[in-house]
Design a protein around this ligand. Structure first.
Ligand SMILES: [Ca+2]
Ligand SMILES: [Ca+2]
Length: 207
């Protein structure tokens, strides 16, 4: 009964606090490595687009990684339009018009990793906002599972340990279906095989 009341209250709260900004975004982002110390990032395997139906559109979109303890973020990011605020654990992108469809979008490809010693089972949910309005949670995974040497067999070993442990590890769930399967390994292998993830992130650690 208490649970039912809580759910009902949550629905009412969401319904009454729905932001005026209409946004569409994936529920998941894969953080990538980069090709050289200054980039570029592996865009094909990490791009995350927030779509705003205008008007109104906020000036920026921000991912807050406070809910991803131990995460390493590249600071600065290779994409010069992305602004890292390391003390606040955020990455902000500009919202720009999309001429072909007449509305707006923010585009992220974020270089980030899970350092060695940080469990891939660590909490891993970012919060997306448009301007100052919260838009919703975004699950976060990282191809690079030791934040060293780009994508390599050490990451594969960590992924395999998580897989065979039978315990879900959000940082390893690359297709965001809530379970670790060989489909996730296939996504990782595509990034690894692309040769676009050679250098790990440096500069900012989420505590
Ligand atoms: Ca690595
Ligand atoms: Ca999965």
């Amino acid at each position: 009964m208490a649970r039912a009341i809580f759910v009902l209250a949550t629905i009412v709260l969401v319904a009454t606090s729905r932001p005026a900004v209409a946004a569409m975004f994936p529920g998941h982002i894969n953080l990538v490595d980069k090709q050289t110390p200054v980039g570029p990032a592996d865009v094909p395997h990490g791009i995350f687009v927030v779509h705003f139906a205008a008007p109104p559109a906020p000036p920026t979109a921000t991912l807050d990684f406070t809910g991803c303890p131990g995460l390493a973020l590249d600071d600065p990011q290779p994409d010069p339009t992305l602004v890292v605020n390391c003390p606040m654990h955020t990455v902000t992108a500009p919202v720009v018009p999309v001429a072909s469809v007449g509305d707006f979008e923010a585009v992220f490809t974020i270089v980030g990793a899970t350092p060695a010693g940080v469990s891939p089972r660590s909490p891993s949910v970012a919060l997306l906002s448009g301007g100052t309005l919260p838009l919703g949670p975004v699950r976060v995974s990282t191809y690079d599972l030791d934040a060293a040497g780009g994508l390599n067999l050490a990451d594969l070993s960590i992924w395999a340990n998580a897989y065979f442990s039978g315990i879900f590890a959000a940082r390893c769930d690359y297709n965001a279906d809530g379970v670790l399967t060989l489909a996730d390994l296939s996504v990782w292998a595509a990034a690894y095989g692309s040769g676009l993830d050679i250098v790990s992130p440096v500069g900012c650690l989420v505590p």
